[in-house]
Design a protein around this ligand. Sequence first.
Ligand SMILES: *[C@@H]1O[C@H](CO)[C@@H](O)[C@H](O)[C@H]1NC(C)=O
Length: 251
Amino acid sequence: MASTQAFAVGALLIVSFLHLVRCDIIVGSTPLNSGTFDKIVPRFKAVLVKFDQMYPYGEEHDEFKKVASSGQVQEELLIAEVNVDDIAEQEQNKELAERYKAKKDDFPVYKLFLQGRTEPIDYTGNKKSSDEIIRFIVAESGLWLGLPGCMEEFDQLAKSFFKATGDEQKAVYEKVQTAAAAITDEKKKLSADVYVKTMQKILEKGKEFVQSELTRVDKLGKGKLSEKKKAQLKNRSNILMSFKHLLKDEL
Ligand SMILES: *[C@@H]1O[C@H](CO)[C@@H](O)[C@H](O)[C@H]1NC(C)=O
């Protein structure tokens, strides 16, 4: 009995020790160092790099894990980490951090590298919001990530909608109406209705509606509203981002 207990305690200690030396692999994220950075980064359309201390933890790091997980759906996007140790003797990635002016006091520092551009884009938003970080990636890279609220079937329909013209476009719109009417789940219905309304408005007012509505919704979302209403607006904004992304593709 005693030996089983001792074994259990020993095992626990080992597990927690392993945890301390950071054995936790972050799903969807690739650690980079000075030997691999220049080989890997140029291969992707977009790479989000998090410069951070050697053993990051806490809320900001947890949000990063969510970003890494969301990034998996997009093949052209890489989510990466550069973990920096500046202690003499065991220095790691110090020169990478210096090259990109990622300062220790600012860690975690996010930078987005776009293919064909030498200077990365700095992320200046909230580091405790994976949502905001993801939106930054989508907005700057034009790459598609399934944001909350968006529905794949409707994103596909929106794509056909932009490809079509005249009566064809109206036909796609009617298809969207039918598909939306068939949805019974309340939350999905909310999303589907945003697709319907957006297409209706585009038919009436033209493509410019997407950007002006996005601006309006984002502004509205910053006001004094219930959390629920804010979440709904966020979903709506995400769907509009999806439209915006499709428009960008078209150009
Ligand atoms: C936003 O969309 C997600 C699905 O992507 C859903 O789970 C969530 O409930 C929606 N939020 C609101 C407030 O409708």
